[in-house]
Ligand binder design. Structure first.
Ligand SMILES: Cc1cc2nc3c(=O)[nH]c(=O)nc-3n(C[C@H](O)[C@H](O)[C@H](O)COP(=O)(O)OP(=O)(O)OC[C@H]3O[C@@H](n4cnc5c(N)ncnc54)[C@H](O)[C@@H]3O)c2cc1C
Length: 519
């Protein structure tokens, strides 16, 4: 028998256990703010994967396929795999075709309908006055998310991961500085601990594992509220009032930049099969507060979503499409660079738990899929080498950085810059300063050399816009510098601290220069 502290997780000795037991004379002992419960020795695995969303199911499947003993835990049953919250799967469900191809190449999983609900030719972003548009991303899919997630969970289970559903993870078990397992409650609400050589945190944005790690030099426990978008959507059937491809396009996903409608974020209309839509928006809380104050309004994310649906002149008689009870919901997305390190002793993170979504688009499906694969592969490598220390897991940082992560810090700076521009500046800037190709390159994290055409247009417009133009030049330079810093990502943990400092200094400088200014 051993005693486990749930609030401040630490496995303590049997003697300490007896003292507590005798104090209270019953099998539950409450000491100050620590809840202690007796329990049988924990089951032990090679890997525990907490969270059976996209990142978790892929990591678990790959680890199990390569012979590791894997416990995959989630609060959902298999029929609701990957459901984020009581509302449902709450997502725009748009993913680039290249990310789906990546998963197929790495795992052999082939996707089709119903998981891939609709193929789109591209994603277009519109300026607030709808007068300019640019390609935000290429060919992609709008997913039927519940169906897509079932395919991934199936992959994990078929490859031998032990899936425990209806399990609420409550925190990490620490042994010294290393994560040694997790504690939580099973479907009968009984306390349980499980131990493993490695814990993979795939619990999504609200993760109780990362947030309850002890202070450590590698992984931040908290995300700044200014780096979070509060975002929600409906899935609707509707009647098409009339055709206007600026509002609804059955072949393309549309994004509407508009600081009054979606302060600090954007609205979207993504087409689904059989004339349905996924329609919603995201906001930054601080931008929303400033906007409400300036307009004397008290709008919430929900009221803004409803106003956005009304604003859309093509959408008549919207009716909730409630397959899987997934037609409506609000949730959060982090829009910053991913955590500087994705590993600590005995611990790895993948997907939203590590703030992986693209800081400009908030697209987190692609990064979660990529990270899930790489986390699984690196778990296999580290356990094969008998080393799940931060050093033994470090290669995962390097792999993720190369596969996706190295452009996100620059994108975070660009997002901050965008949030400092009002509608008039966005209209002007998108039309005058950038060619469509340059704007699209930026959203993909590639830094364009501003074309002669852009510079020529600026000269024609005279000096009054020089500040705005020089801000854009500053941002592009800063993005380039940050991309370079990430190219020099530390090859081992001992070089991490000074590198992290460099990143923080660069980001801080940019955030001091650009403050939210929606109106
Ligand atoms: C409104 C909205 C729109 C979005 N639109 C897009 C989009 O169009 N395209 C895109 O690419 N991205 C989009 N995103 C982001 C995308 O949805 C996420 O990046 C993605 O779901 C991350 O996957 P994940 O596997 O990391 O985590 P999640 O999908 O959050 O999965 C986490 C899993 O862990 C489980 N879990 C959590 N806590 C516990 C616990 N304590 N105990 C047990 N189980 C637990 C959950 O139930 C869930 O099954 C959007 C997000 C929102 C909120």
């Amino acid at each position: 028998m051993r005693l486990t502290s749930f609030r401040y997780p630490a496995v303590i000795s049997e003697d300490q256990c007896k003292i507590l037991y005798m104090c209270k004379g019953k099998p539950y002992a409450t000491l100050v703010r620590t809840v202690c419960v007796f329990m049988a020795d924990s089951e032990t695995y090679d890997v525990i994967v907490a969270g059976a969303g996209m990142a978790g199911s892929l990591a678990a499947g790959i680890a199990a396929k390569n012979g590791l003993s894997v416990l995959l835990l989630d609060r959902n049953g298999p029929e609701t795999a990957g459901k984020k919250n009581n509302w449902g799967w709450t997502c725009g469900d748009a993913v680039a075709g290249s990310h789906i191809d990546y998963i197929t190449a790495k795992t052999g999983i082939t996707f089709s309908k119903p998981g891939l609900d609709l193929k789109v030719d591209g994603v277009y972003a519109f300026s607030p006055d709808l007068g300019a548009k640019y390609l935000f991303d290429g060919v992609g899919y709008i997913l039927d998310r519940p169906e897509f997630e079932k395919v991934l969970l199936d992959f994990a289970i078929k490859n031998g991961a032990h899936y425990m559903s209806h399990f609420e993870v409550e925190g990490p078990i620490m042994e010294g500085s290393a994560v040694a397992g997790i504690f939580g409650k099973d479907e009968r609400k009984e306390h349980k601990t499980f131990k493993a050589k490695l814990v993979i945190d795939a619990l999504g944005v609200a993760t109780v594992l990362r947030r309850r790690l002890p202070d450590n030099p590698y992984i931040e426990k908290n995300v700044d509220i200014e780096d979070i978008e509060s975002t929600g959507r409906y899935i609707y059937e509707f009647d098409l009032d009339h055709e206007d491809l600026r509002y609804y396009d059955p072949k393309n996903a549309l994004i509407h930049l508009n600081q009054e409608m979606a302060p600090g974020g954007y609205g979207w209309v993504f087409p689904k099969s059989d004339g349905k839509i996924n329609i919603g928006l995201g906001v930054q809380k601080r931008s929303l507060d400033i906007r409400n104050q300036k307009l004397g309004r008290a709008d919430s994310v929900q009221s803004l979503i409803d106003a956005y649906v009304k604003w859309n002149v093509t959408v008549k008689n919207p009716r909730l499409f409630d397959k899987d009870h997934n037609s409506k919901g609000i949730w959060s997305v982090a829009v910053r660079r991913q955590m500087g390190s994705l590993v600590a002793d005995g611990y790895m993170g993948a997907g939203d738990s590590m703030a992986m979504p693209n800081p400009i688009s908030a697209g987190g499906i692609g990064p979660a899929l990529i990270a899930g694969v790489l986390a699984g592969e690196n778990a296999v490598r580290a356990i094969g080498n008998h080393d799940t220390s931060v050093k033994g897991l470090w290669q995962y940082n390097i792999d993720y950085n190369e596969a996706y992560g190295q452009k996100t810090a620059g994108m975070e700076v660009f997002r901050t810059f965008m949030q400092s521009l009002n509608n008039a500046s966005l209209d002007y800037g998108i039309r005058m300063f950038l060619t469509a190709k340059e704007a699209s390159d930026i959203t993909l994290g590639t830094i364009p050399e501003l074309s002669m055409m852009s510079k020529f247009k600026l000269v024609l417009k005279g000096a009054s816009n020089l500040t705005a133009f020089s801000n854009l030049v500053y941002v592009l330079k800063k993005m380039k510098e940050l991309n370079q810093v990430y190219k020099e990502y530390p090859q081992s943990p001992d070089q991490f601290a000074p590198w992290k400092k460099r990143v923080e200094t660069e980001i801080h400088e940019a955030k001091e220069r650009f403050k939210p200014n929606p109106l």
